[in-house]
Design a protein around this ligand. Structure first.
Ligand code: PLP
Length: 395
Protein backbone atom coordinates (compact mmCIF):
# COMPACT_ATOMS: atom_id res chain seq x y z
CA UNK A 1 0.00 0.00 0.00
CA UNK A 2 2.90 2.35 0.75
CA UNK A 3 6.24 2.75 -0.92
CA UNK A 4 8.34 0.18 0.95
CA UNK A 5 11.54 2.13 0.44
CA UNK A 6 9.97 5.24 2.02
CA UNK A 7 8.60 3.20 4.95
CA UNK A 8 12.09 1.79 5.46
CA UNK A 9 13.68 5.24 5.35
CA UNK A 10 11.10 6.67 7.74
CA UNK A 11 11.41 3.82 10.22
CA UNK A 12 15.16 3.71 10.36
CA UNK A 13 16.50 7.04 11.52
CA UNK A 14 20.10 7.88 10.73
CA UNK A 15 22.57 6.70 13.37
CA UNK A 16 23.34 10.35 14.21
CA UNK A 17 19.65 11.14 14.82
CA UNK A 18 19.24 7.90 16.81
CA UNK A 19 22.07 8.89 19.19
CA UNK A 20 20.84 12.50 19.37
CA UNK A 21 17.34 11.31 20.39
CA UNK A 22 18.88 8.95 22.96
CA UNK A 23 20.84 11.93 24.36
CA UNK A 24 17.64 13.92 24.78
CA UNK A 25 15.99 11.05 26.66
CA UNK A 26 19.06 10.66 28.92
CA UNK A 27 19.18 14.42 29.52
CA UNK A 28 15.60 14.30 30.78
CA UNK A 29 16.64 11.57 33.23
CA UNK A 30 19.97 12.84 34.56
CA UNK A 31 20.09 16.52 33.54
CA UNK A 32 21.44 18.01 30.30
CA UNK A 33 24.68 19.17 32.00
CA UNK A 34 25.57 15.55 32.76
CA UNK A 35 25.35 14.37 29.16
CA UNK A 36 28.34 14.75 26.86
CA UNK A 37 26.43 14.78 23.62
CA UNK A 38 28.85 15.11 20.71
CA UNK A 39 26.47 13.53 18.23
CA UNK A 40 24.98 16.26 16.07
CA UNK A 41 26.23 19.25 14.08
CA UNK A 42 23.89 21.87 15.46
CA UNK A 43 25.81 25.18 15.71
CA UNK A 44 26.39 26.21 19.34
CA UNK A 45 27.38 29.79 18.50
CA UNK A 46 24.56 32.33 18.02
CA UNK A 47 23.82 33.89 14.64
CA UNK A 48 25.67 37.22 14.28
CA UNK A 49 23.79 40.40 15.29
CA UNK A 50 23.59 41.35 11.63
CA UNK A 51 21.04 38.56 11.14
CA UNK A 52 18.72 40.13 13.70
CA UNK A 53 19.19 43.56 12.09
CA UNK A 54 18.53 42.09 8.65
CA UNK A 55 15.27 40.46 9.78
CA UNK A 56 14.02 43.86 10.97
CA UNK A 57 15.28 45.56 7.81
CA UNK A 58 13.50 43.07 5.51
CA UNK A 59 10.23 43.42 7.44
CA UNK A 60 10.47 47.18 7.15
CA UNK A 61 11.50 47.27 3.49
CA UNK A 62 9.17 44.61 2.13
CA UNK A 63 6.19 44.99 4.49
CA UNK A 64 4.30 41.93 5.73
CA UNK A 65 2.89 40.95 2.32
CA UNK A 66 6.17 41.23 0.41
CA UNK A 67 8.21 39.59 3.16
CA UNK A 68 6.11 36.46 3.32
CA UNK A 69 5.01 36.11 -0.31
CA UNK A 70 6.20 33.62 -2.91
CA UNK A 71 9.39 34.57 -4.74
CA UNK A 72 10.50 33.36 -8.18
CA UNK A 73 11.17 29.63 -8.03
CA UNK A 74 14.91 30.23 -8.44
CA UNK A 75 14.88 32.91 -5.72
CA UNK A 76 14.56 36.67 -5.64
CA UNK A 77 16.76 38.30 -8.32
CA UNK A 78 18.20 40.95 -5.95
CA UNK A 79 19.09 38.27 -3.45
CA UNK A 80 20.95 36.28 -6.11
CA UNK A 81 22.74 39.43 -7.30
CA UNK A 82 23.97 40.22 -3.77
CA UNK A 83 25.23 36.66 -3.33
CA UNK A 84 27.06 36.80 -6.68
CA UNK A 85 28.66 40.13 -5.74
CA UNK A 86 29.83 38.77 -2.41
CA UNK A 87 31.54 35.74 -4.01
CA UNK A 88 33.09 37.93 -6.69
CA UNK A 89 34.52 40.25 -4.03
CA UNK A 90 35.87 37.41 -1.90
CA UNK A 91 37.05 34.91 -4.52
CA UNK A 92 37.77 37.02 -7.58
CA UNK A 93 35.02 35.29 -9.60
CA UNK A 94 32.60 36.82 -12.14
CA UNK A 95 29.22 35.33 -11.22
CA UNK A 96 25.84 36.97 -11.79
CA UNK A 97 22.31 36.40 -10.49
CA UNK A 98 21.42 33.79 -13.10
CA UNK A 99 24.15 31.46 -11.90
CA UNK A 100 22.22 30.90 -8.65
CA UNK A 101 19.22 28.88 -7.58
CA UNK A 102 18.10 29.43 -3.97
CA UNK A 103 17.35 26.26 -1.99
CA UNK A 104 16.03 24.94 1.30
CA UNK A 105 19.55 24.46 2.72
CA UNK A 106 22.38 22.32 1.38
CA UNK A 107 20.30 19.14 1.72
CA UNK A 108 17.83 20.40 -0.89
CA UNK A 109 20.66 21.79 -3.03
CA UNK A 110 22.30 18.35 -3.15
CA UNK A 111 19.01 16.56 -3.76
CA UNK A 112 18.23 18.90 -6.67
CA UNK A 113 21.68 18.32 -8.21
CA UNK A 114 21.38 14.53 -7.98
CA UNK A 115 17.92 14.61 -9.54
CA UNK A 116 19.00 17.09 -12.21
CA UNK A 117 21.84 14.77 -13.27
CA UNK A 118 20.67 11.21 -12.69
CA UNK A 119 19.76 9.05 -15.66
CA UNK A 120 19.15 5.28 -15.48
CA UNK A 121 22.32 3.40 -14.56
CA UNK A 122 24.22 6.49 -13.40
CA UNK A 123 26.73 6.44 -10.57
CA UNK A 124 27.82 9.18 -8.17
CA UNK A 125 31.17 8.67 -6.57
CA UNK A 126 32.33 9.95 -3.18
CA UNK A 127 35.54 9.51 -1.21
CA UNK A 128 35.08 8.32 2.36
CA UNK A 129 34.55 9.63 4.93
CA UNK A 130 31.33 11.26 3.72
CA UNK A 131 28.05 12.72 5.04
CA UNK A 132 25.76 9.66 5.34
CA UNK A 133 22.67 11.40 3.94
CA UNK A 134 24.27 11.37 0.48
CA UNK A 135 23.20 7.74 0.21
CA UNK A 136 19.58 8.63 0.89
CA UNK A 137 19.60 11.57 -1.55
CA UNK A 138 21.40 9.69 -4.36
CA UNK A 139 19.84 6.25 -4.07
CA UNK A 140 16.34 6.76 -2.65
CA UNK A 141 15.86 10.32 -3.95
CA UNK A 142 17.43 10.18 -7.40
CA UNK A 143 17.40 6.42 -8.14
CA UNK A 144 21.14 6.35 -8.88
CA UNK A 145 24.01 4.43 -7.27
CA UNK A 146 26.45 5.82 -4.70
CA UNK A 147 29.97 4.46 -5.18
CA UNK A 148 32.28 4.87 -2.19
CA UNK A 149 36.06 5.17 -2.50
CA UNK A 150 37.97 4.04 0.60
CA UNK A 151 39.40 6.82 2.75
CA UNK A 152 42.99 7.96 2.87
CA UNK A 153 43.08 7.55 6.64
CA UNK A 154 46.53 9.14 7.00
CA UNK A 155 45.43 12.61 5.85
CA UNK A 156 41.76 12.35 4.77
CA UNK A 157 42.66 13.83 1.39
CA UNK A 158 41.70 11.65 -1.63
CA UNK A 159 43.12 8.22 -2.42
CA UNK A 160 43.60 8.89 -6.15
CA UNK A 161 44.52 5.33 -7.14
CA UNK A 162 41.29 4.01 -5.67
CA UNK A 163 39.30 6.91 -7.10
CA UNK A 164 40.59 6.28 -10.59
CA UNK A 165 39.71 2.60 -10.26
CA UNK A 166 36.15 3.54 -9.24
CA UNK A 167 35.51 5.82 -12.24
CA UNK A 168 33.82 4.28 -15.27
CA UNK A 169 31.56 5.35 -18.15
CA UNK A 170 28.53 5.29 -15.79
CA UNK A 171 30.08 7.89 -13.46
CA UNK A 172 27.93 11.01 -13.73
CA UNK A 173 29.49 13.06 -10.96
CA UNK A 174 31.77 13.08 -7.96
CA UNK A 175 30.68 14.59 -4.65
CA UNK A 176 33.27 16.45 -2.59
CA UNK A 177 32.82 18.10 0.80
CA UNK A 178 35.56 20.39 2.07
CA UNK A 179 35.84 21.35 4.90
CA UNK A 180 34.71 17.82 5.51
CA UNK A 181 32.09 16.33 7.73
CA UNK A 182 33.24 14.18 9.60
CA UNK A 183 37.05 14.62 9.33
CA UNK A 184 37.32 18.43 9.39
CA UNK A 185 39.88 18.19 6.57
CA UNK A 186 40.18 20.82 3.86
CA UNK A 187 41.14 19.58 0.42
CA UNK A 188 44.38 21.33 -0.42
CA UNK A 189 44.88 23.23 -3.68
CA UNK A 190 47.12 20.34 -4.84
CA UNK A 191 44.29 17.86 -4.23
CA UNK A 192 41.76 20.01 -6.14
CA UNK A 193 44.22 20.44 -9.04
CA UNK A 194 44.91 16.73 -9.18
CA UNK A 195 41.20 15.97 -9.04
CA UNK A 196 40.43 18.46 -11.81
CA UNK A 197 43.13 16.90 -14.00
CA UNK A 198 41.84 13.36 -13.40
CA UNK A 199 38.19 14.25 -14.07
CA UNK A 200 39.14 16.21 -17.20
CA UNK A 201 41.11 13.23 -18.51
CA UNK A 202 38.35 10.75 -17.69
CA UNK A 203 35.63 12.99 -19.16
CA UNK A 204 37.56 13.05 -22.45
CA UNK A 205 38.07 9.28 -22.33
CA UNK A 206 34.35 8.57 -21.75
CA UNK A 207 33.12 11.27 -24.12
CA UNK A 208 30.91 13.00 -21.54
CA UNK A 209 31.59 15.28 -18.62
CA UNK A 210 32.02 13.93 -15.14
CA UNK A 211 30.59 16.70 -12.99
CA UNK A 212 31.72 17.74 -9.54
CA UNK A 213 29.18 18.47 -6.84
CA UNK A 214 30.93 20.53 -4.21
CA UNK A 215 29.03 20.43 -0.92
CA UNK A 216 30.18 23.51 0.99
CA UNK A 217 28.12 24.21 4.12
CA UNK A 218 31.34 24.65 6.11
CA UNK A 219 33.17 26.91 3.62
CA UNK A 220 33.68 29.73 6.14
CA UNK A 221 34.48 27.50 9.11
CA UNK A 222 38.24 27.30 8.59
CA UNK A 223 41.07 27.68 11.08
CA UNK A 224 44.75 28.57 11.32
CA UNK A 225 44.28 31.35 8.73
CA UNK A 226 43.94 28.77 5.93
CA UNK A 227 42.33 29.67 2.61
CA UNK A 228 40.03 27.41 0.71
CA UNK A 229 40.39 26.92 -3.07
CA UNK A 230 37.17 27.98 -4.86
CA UNK A 231 36.44 24.85 -6.87
CA UNK A 232 34.76 26.32 -9.99
CA UNK A 233 38.05 28.11 -10.77
CA UNK A 234 39.80 24.76 -11.11
CA UNK A 235 37.00 22.70 -12.63
CA UNK A 236 34.16 24.56 -14.41
CA UNK A 237 31.85 21.52 -14.52
CA UNK A 238 31.16 22.05 -10.82
CA UNK A 239 27.82 22.58 -9.08
CA UNK A 240 28.41 24.33 -5.76
CA UNK A 241 25.89 23.46 -3.04
CA UNK A 242 26.03 26.04 -0.29
CA UNK A 243 24.11 26.66 2.92
CA UNK A 244 23.91 29.35 5.59
CA UNK A 245 23.09 26.69 8.21
CA UNK A 246 26.58 26.66 9.71
CA UNK A 247 28.24 29.91 8.62
CA UNK A 248 25.39 32.05 9.99
CA UNK A 249 24.15 29.48 12.55
CA UNK A 250 20.74 29.24 10.86
CA UNK A 251 20.19 25.49 10.35
CA UNK A 252 16.50 25.60 11.19
CA UNK A 253 15.74 28.41 8.75
CA UNK A 254 16.64 26.21 5.77
CA UNK A 255 18.41 28.52 3.37
CA UNK A 256 21.13 27.86 0.80
CA UNK A 257 21.79 27.84 -2.93
CA UNK A 258 23.13 25.99 -5.96
CA UNK A 259 25.70 27.75 -8.10
CA UNK A 260 25.87 26.76 -11.80
CA UNK A 261 28.81 28.56 -13.46
CA UNK A 262 28.47 29.89 -17.05
CA UNK A 263 31.59 27.91 -17.99
CA UNK A 264 29.89 24.57 -17.28
CA UNK A 265 29.20 22.33 -20.31
CA UNK A 266 25.65 23.16 -21.49
CA UNK A 267 25.25 25.55 -18.56
CA UNK A 268 21.78 26.74 -19.60
CA UNK A 269 20.47 23.17 -19.82
CA UNK A 270 22.13 22.37 -16.50
CA UNK A 271 20.35 25.34 -14.89
CA UNK A 272 17.04 24.27 -16.46
CA UNK A 273 17.54 20.76 -15.06
CA UNK A 274 18.12 22.26 -11.59
CA UNK A 275 14.88 24.25 -11.90
CA UNK A 276 13.06 21.08 -12.99
CA UNK A 277 14.52 19.08 -10.12
CA UNK A 278 13.47 21.88 -7.75
CA UNK A 279 9.89 21.50 -9.01
CA UNK A 280 9.89 17.77 -8.29
CA UNK A 281 11.08 18.41 -4.74
CA UNK A 282 7.98 20.55 -4.24
CA UNK A 283 9.58 23.33 -2.20
CA UNK A 284 8.21 25.97 -4.65
CA UNK A 285 10.79 28.51 -3.48
CA UNK A 286 13.35 28.80 -0.70
CA UNK A 287 12.06 30.57 2.44
CA UNK A 288 11.37 34.12 1.37
CA UNK A 289 12.29 36.03 4.55
CA UNK A 290 15.58 34.19 4.92
CA UNK A 291 16.55 34.60 1.27
CA UNK A 292 16.59 38.33 1.93
CA UNK A 293 18.16 38.06 5.36
CA UNK A 294 21.01 35.89 4.04
CA UNK A 295 21.58 38.32 1.16
CA UNK A 296 22.23 41.13 3.65
CA UNK A 297 24.69 38.97 5.62
CA UNK A 298 26.73 37.39 2.81
CA UNK A 299 30.07 38.63 4.17
CA UNK A 300 29.32 37.72 7.79
CA UNK A 301 29.86 34.60 9.85
CA UNK A 302 28.98 33.51 13.35
CA UNK A 303 31.93 33.70 15.77
CA UNK A 304 34.01 30.80 14.47
CA UNK A 305 36.84 31.52 16.93
CA UNK A 306 34.83 29.56 19.51
CA UNK A 307 34.93 26.47 17.32
CA UNK A 308 38.66 26.94 16.77
CA UNK A 309 39.19 27.12 20.54
CA UNK A 310 37.12 23.94 20.97
CA UNK A 311 39.07 22.23 18.21
CA UNK A 312 42.40 23.03 19.89
CA UNK A 313 41.24 21.90 23.31
CA UNK A 314 39.79 18.63 22.06
CA UNK A 315 42.56 17.79 19.61
CA UNK A 316 45.31 18.40 22.16
CA UNK A 317 43.37 16.54 24.85
CA UNK A 318 42.76 13.49 22.68
CA UNK A 319 46.37 13.31 21.49
CA UNK A 320 47.51 13.51 25.13
CA UNK A 321 45.26 10.57 25.94
CA UNK A 322 46.83 8.49 23.17
CA UNK A 323 44.20 8.81 20.44
CA UNK A 324 45.35 8.84 16.82
CA UNK A 325 43.74 11.64 14.92
CA UNK A 326 44.22 14.00 11.99
CA UNK A 327 44.08 17.63 13.13
CA UNK A 328 40.89 19.16 11.69
CA UNK A 329 41.36 22.36 9.67
CA UNK A 330 37.72 23.35 9.47
CA UNK A 331 34.05 22.52 10.16
CA UNK A 332 33.32 21.48 13.76
CA UNK A 333 34.08 17.78 13.78
CA UNK A 334 37.05 15.67 14.76
CA UNK A 335 37.38 12.05 13.61
CA UNK A 336 39.85 10.03 15.73
CA UNK A 337 40.45 6.30 15.43
CA UNK A 338 38.42 4.37 17.98
CA UNK A 339 40.40 2.58 20.64
CA UNK A 340 39.20 -0.80 19.41
CA UNK A 341 38.71 -1.88 15.78
CA UNK A 342 34.90 -1.99 16.14
CA UNK A 343 33.82 1.66 16.43
CA UNK A 344 30.23 0.66 17.20
CA UNK A 345 31.40 -1.33 20.23
CA UNK A 346 33.64 1.58 21.25
CA UNK A 347 30.73 4.04 21.08
CA UNK A 348 28.57 1.65 23.14
CA UNK A 349 31.30 1.60 25.78
CA UNK A 350 31.50 5.42 25.71
CA UNK A 351 27.74 5.56 26.24
CA UNK A 352 28.19 4.06 29.72
CA UNK A 353 29.85 7.39 30.63
CA UNK A 354 27.06 9.36 28.90
CA UNK A 355 29.63 10.23 26.28
CA UNK A 356 27.77 10.21 22.97
CA UNK A 357 29.94 9.69 19.88
CA UNK A 358 29.00 8.54 16.38
CA UNK A 359 30.71 5.47 14.86
CA UNK A 360 32.44 6.10 11.54
CA UNK A 361 30.77 3.13 9.81
CA UNK A 362 27.91 5.17 8.27
CA UNK A 363 30.50 7.69 7.04
CA UNK A 364 32.14 4.86 5.09
CA UNK A 365 35.10 4.80 7.46
CA UNK A 366 34.93 2.05 10.11
CA UNK A 367 37.31 2.14 13.05
CA UNK A 368 36.80 5.87 13.58
CA UNK A 369 34.36 7.98 15.60
CA UNK A 370 32.94 11.40 14.89
CA UNK A 371 32.93 13.96 17.68
CA UNK A 372 30.97 17.17 17.00
CA UNK A 373 32.59 19.94 18.99
CA UNK A 374 29.92 22.59 18.42
CA UNK A 375 29.17 22.52 22.15
CA UNK A 376 29.98 24.91 25.03
CA UNK A 377 33.74 24.93 25.72
CA UNK A 378 33.28 24.01 29.37
CA UNK A 379 31.51 20.82 28.19
CA UNK A 380 34.68 19.80 26.36
CA UNK A 381 36.82 20.61 29.41
CA UNK A 382 34.69 18.30 31.56
CA UNK A 383 34.36 15.68 28.82
CA UNK A 384 38.14 15.25 28.58
CA UNK A 385 38.11 13.76 32.09
CA UNK A 386 35.49 11.29 30.89
CA UNK A 387 37.53 10.48 27.77
CA UNK A 388 40.41 9.79 30.16
CA UNK A 389 38.36 7.21 32.08
CA UNK A 390 37.28 5.62 28.81
CA UNK A 391 40.85 5.49 27.49
CA UNK A 392 42.00 3.93 30.78
CA UNK A 393 39.75 0.94 30.02
CA UNK A 394 41.97 0.15 27.04
CA UNK A 395 45.34 0.31 28.81
N1 PLP B 1 26.23 18.47 3.78
C1 PLP B 1 26.96 18.25 4.88
C2 PLP B 1 28.35 17.77 4.72
C3 PLP B 1 26.42 18.46 6.15
O1 PLP B 1 27.18 18.24 7.23
C4 PLP B 1 25.09 18.93 6.27
C5 PLP B 1 24.49 19.14 7.57
O2 PLP B 1 25.00 18.86 8.60
C6 PLP B 1 24.38 19.15 5.08
C7 PLP B 1 24.96 18.92 3.87
C8 PLP B 1 22.96 19.66 5.13
O3 PLP B 1 22.98 21.00 5.47
P1 PLP B 1 21.68 21.90 5.52
O4 PLP B 1 21.29 22.06 6.95
O5 PLP B 1 22.07 23.20 4.95
O6 PLP B 1 20.64 21.22 4.71
Amino acid sequence: MFSQSMVDLGQKRSTIREIFEYGKRRAAEVGAENIFDFSIGNPSVPAPDSVHQAILRVLEEEGPVGTHGYTSAQGDAIVRTRIAESLNRRFGTAFHADNFYMTVGAAAALSACFRALAEPGDEFVVAAPFFPEYRCFVESGAGAKLVVVDADIEQFQINFEKLEAALNPHTKAMIINSPNNPSGTIYSEATIQKLAALLTRKSAEYGHPIFLISDEPYRELIYDGLEIPFVTKYYPNTFVCYSYSKSLSLPGERIGYILVPDEMTDAKLAYAAICGAGRTLGYVNAPSLFQRVASYCTDETADTSIYEKNRNLLYEGLIRLGFTCVKPQGAFYIFPRSLEPDAVAFCERAKKYDLLLVPGDDFGCPGHVRISYCVPTERIERALKVFEQLAAEYR
